[in-house]
Design a binder for this molecule. Sequence first.
Ligand code: TYD
Length: 141
Amino acid sequence: MKRALESSIDDVKIIDLPKVKNRAGNITALSSGIECPFEIKRVYYLYDIPAGEERGGHAHRDLEQYIIAVSGSFSIKLTDGNKAKEITLNRPDRAVHLVPGIWRELIDFSSGSICLVIASRHYDENDYIRSLEEFAIFKGQ
Ligand code: TYD
């Protein structure tokens, strides 16, 4: 994987996850090293998000993530400092693979939506870059 300093929007991929379907519903599973390329160290989810609220507004130095709309929909605005992109997620069998060094904002959460995040590291505030100014310096821009 590229270092966070060099990562670009083009390194952020949309991943179609396998789905086990039957009459009684579907299952999608993620295992480290199989459906998910990094070792899974942490799982968290955003829920009860009030209408109009935005989340994110930061980048990570080392953290890698899969972000999944397990219920409802939302959009992710991404920038690497040069190029920007917006991705809408609205299905539980699709993930965005977010590499380190990408600024993200999560917007337009539908009512009752749930954002599942699979993460490669434990929570560490020191891994966050929380201002665009600091992000530009980090990326050498
Ligand atoms: P943050 O990642 O800034 O939220 P978001 O990007 O969704 O807006 O996290 C908000 C707060 O939640 C943070 O200050 C500390 C806490 N938190 C944890 O304690 N553990 C975690 O794994 C995460 C993601 C957040």
